[in-house]
Design a protein around this ligand. Structure first.
Ligand code: BES
Ligand code: ZN
Length: 661
């Protein structure tokens, strides 16, 4: 922070004197106090779009969901605004493996609910070369008076955002299922649009699905009328209508179709409530009791950080092939069923996805370089919710476990990927999906909270969310707010918290507010005593512990354990058959590492059933370390691959081909 000021000592005395005061109160009042070396921080290297020429403002989708051909087919209508000066001759959209049949333009905007643009004229269009990361640019020629384009298109069965599930992959086994996963740059594989988080749209949709399936979207779905405001368009097909009136980035547009039922989660009940859960009918009762605290969570975060601005907050429980833990699609968080543990022990996921309704969905990273603004803030807020509802012990345990995973992963990451403001140019934004934006980001915020005090920091966050509501911002924007709120007025703070080092350097800067948990300290001691042979497995109170303590115990054991110890642990704690997915995944990893064969049948069934990348990636990575393990991995993967989401397939293909991603 001092560096730019130091340069000034070379300047003539008068200038020096003039700037000295500015320096004390934070360098030049005009230039940033924490300058990042990036002249165009808003430029998104992961999109072909040129929003300064033409910018989409609303998307309207009119799609048929074809389970037989595994395609979506129909039209995307984009309302457009042009930049200053005379409009460019063409708009450029992002696409990936889309078949574009037709493009049209209209002089009136057509995407408003109910309003159809009057006349459409054919527009010339061309698809550019296909890039393995970015897909292909779609160029549509436009006259200056154009205010909307309409594209008739079809997705491909391999669209990376979409997973088409056979009935056998669902809980009910009778109906197929479809879901989308648009983050980070996959929306373009099911909608031709400007696929950049710096560009926001409202959206609407008409989605036709075969009976008796139900469509839900990240929009104002009405859970009480079976077909929302839609109507049956013929005997065999239902049409669902949606509207998302708040401007959101494209990666938050989401769709799921399946045999879905709904349960209210709000104590106010019925139509007075705002929280609920969708799941397949056989999963619904377990889901509803696991997530019973959802409304309390919304109230906790609202009380501190401002109103929930999205209408309803519902959860959608997907089949176990969902490649993530959760995805914060507005109004409707998508979640893996592997967090239904029966004891609410994994509901931090709901706290996390809900918190994105402030950090991420309301205030959004402008580019994928700024991803830590989404995830670091959310991880921080998640723990604040947990502390409010379940107490400080629980929040501290989550923070310690998170910090430990960060340290473990950082050992394997090159320095350039340990940086919050990570340079992803020319790379897949998925490369930035590490613990760094999450846990290092949260640690940074926790450190600031510790230095300025919780009350001031909460007030700061609340006004930050208000000021930037429904906007996409850069790391530089955030650093400006931080400087204005705290650092300009208190020069000593800068020596306690090296802000630029936090954001632009690898590793963990000095002075970080490292989390600690007395409960977990106890657990680590128990693990050490067992490892040293001082206690037997039977006298470890494992079954009385929460799953967070159980996880910490397993992670605190030495990496290498002999067969007798593995067996003793398994017999005492029933680990191979643990019903807690986190504990089971950890145990299976230990089993692979130590060649503990009684766990292999569960390893196989787990890898076939569950497609959550966080679990399957480390297991395959561990397996391929030995020739025998590699053979086992290949045999299991041959059975599991058809059931994985395209993103999980890409990850595991990479591991088995030795690319390690
Ligand atoms: N938004 C992320 C998931 C994501 C990030 C998908 C980047 C694609 C690209 C979501 O909020 C998330 O962080 N999910 C976590 C769970 C959470 C409790 C840490 C996950 O899925 O593991
Ligand atoms: Zn997240």
């Amino acid at each position: 922070m001092r560096a730019p000021c130091l340069k000034l000592h070379l300047a003539p005395l008068a200038i020096l004197a003039a700037l000295a005061c500015a320096c004390i109160c934070g360098c030049s009042p005009k230039g940033p106090m924490f300058p990042l070396d990036n002249p165009a921080p808003r430029a998104d290297t992961h999109s072909y779009a040129k929003p300064e020429e033409w910018k989409m403002t609303r998307v309207f989708l009119d799609l048929d969901v074809d389970f037989h051909r595994k395609v979506l087919r129909g039209t995307a209508l984009l309302d457009l605004e042009h930049g200053p000066g005379s409009p460019a001759a063409a708009v450029i959209l992002d696409t990936r493996a889309l078949t574009v049949e037709k493009a049209e333009w209209s002089a009136s905007q057509g995407a408003k609910p109910g309003a159809e643009a009057e006349t459409w004229s054919d527009a010339e269009f061309s698809l550019g070369p296909d890039d393995p990361i970015l897909g292909a640019p779609l160029r549509i020629e436009l006259p200056a008076e154009a205010r909307a384009v309409r594209i008739t298109y079809e997705t491909s069965p391999g669209a990376v955002a979409l997973q088409w599930l056979e009935p056998a992959q669902t809980a009910g086994k009778k109906q197929p299922f479809l879901f989308s996963q648009s983050q980070a740059i996959q929306a373009r594989s099911w909608i031709p649009l400007q696929d950049s988080p710096g560009i926001r749209v409202t959206y609407g949709a008409k989605i036709r699905v075969p009976r008796p399936l139900r469509a839900v979207m990240s929009a104002d779905t009405n859970p009480f009328a079976e077909d929302a405001s839609g109507k049956a368009i013929d005997a065999s097909t239902l049409e669902f209508r949606f509207d998302q009136p708040k401007p959101i980035p494209s990666y938050l547009i989401a769709l799921a179709v399946g045999d879905l039922a709904f349960a209210n989660l709000d104590p106010r009940g019925g139509r007075q409530g705002r929280t609920g859960v969708y799941a397949e009918p056989s999963v619904l009762p377990r889901a509803a009791s696991e997530f019973a605290d959802t409304e309390k969570m919304v109230e906790s975060i609202e009380a501190r950080f401002g109103p929930y601005r999205w209408g309803r907050y519902d959860l959608l429980i997907l089949p176990p092939s969902f490649p993530f833990g959760g995805m914060e699609n507005p109004c409707l968080t998508f979640a893996t069923p592997t967090v239904i543990a029966g004891d609410k022990s994994l509901v931090s996921l709901v706290a996390h996805e809900l918190a994105h309704s402030w950090s991420g969905n309301l205030v959004t990273n402008a580019t994928w370089r700024d991803f830590w603004l989404n995830e670091g803030f959310t991880t921080y807020l998640e723990r604040r919710i947990l502390e409010d509802i379940y107490g400080k012990d629980r929040a501290d345990m989550e923070a310690v476990l998170g910090y430990r995973t960060l340290l473990d992963e950082m050992k394997t990451l090159p320095e350039k990927d340990q940086i919050l403001y990570v340079d992803l140019k020319g790379r897949d934004p998925d490369d930035g999906f590490t613990q760094v934006p999450y846990e290092k980001g949260a640690l940074f915020l926790r450190t600031i909270e510790g230095a300025v005090g919780r009350e001031k920091f909460d007030a700061f966050l609340r006004s930050y969310f208000d000021k930037y509501a429904f906007q996409s911002i850069t790391t530089q924007d955030f650093l400006g707010e931080l400087a204005d709120a705290f650092f300009r007025e208190d020069p000593r703070l800068g020596s306690k918290i090296p802000v630029l080092a936090w954001v632009t350097q690898p590793g963990i800067p000095e002075g970080a507010a490292i989390p600690s948990s007395p409960l977990l300290k106890h657990v680590a001691e128990a693990a050490a005593a067992f490892a040293d042979g001082k206690t037997q497995a039977a006298s470890v109170p494992f079954k009385r512990w929460s799953s967070l303590e159980q996880l910490h115990f397993l992670r605190s054991l030495p990496k290498g354990l002999d067969a007798a110890r593995m067996k003793a642990l398994d017999e005492a704690f029933g680990l191979t058959h643990s019903g807690n997915s986190e504990v089971a995944a950890e145990w299976l990893l230990m089993s692979v590492r130590n060649g503990y064969s009684p766990a292999y049948p569960r390893l196989e069934s787990f890898l076939i059933e569950v497609g959550r990348r966080k679990f399957i990636k480390p297991l395959y990575e561990e397996l391929v370390k030995t020739p025998e393990g590699r053979a086992r991995a290949l045999a299991i993967y041959a059975k599991a691959r058809p059931g994985y989401h395209p993103m999980a397939v890409a990850t595991v293909d990479g591991i088995l081909q030795g690319k390690g991603k």
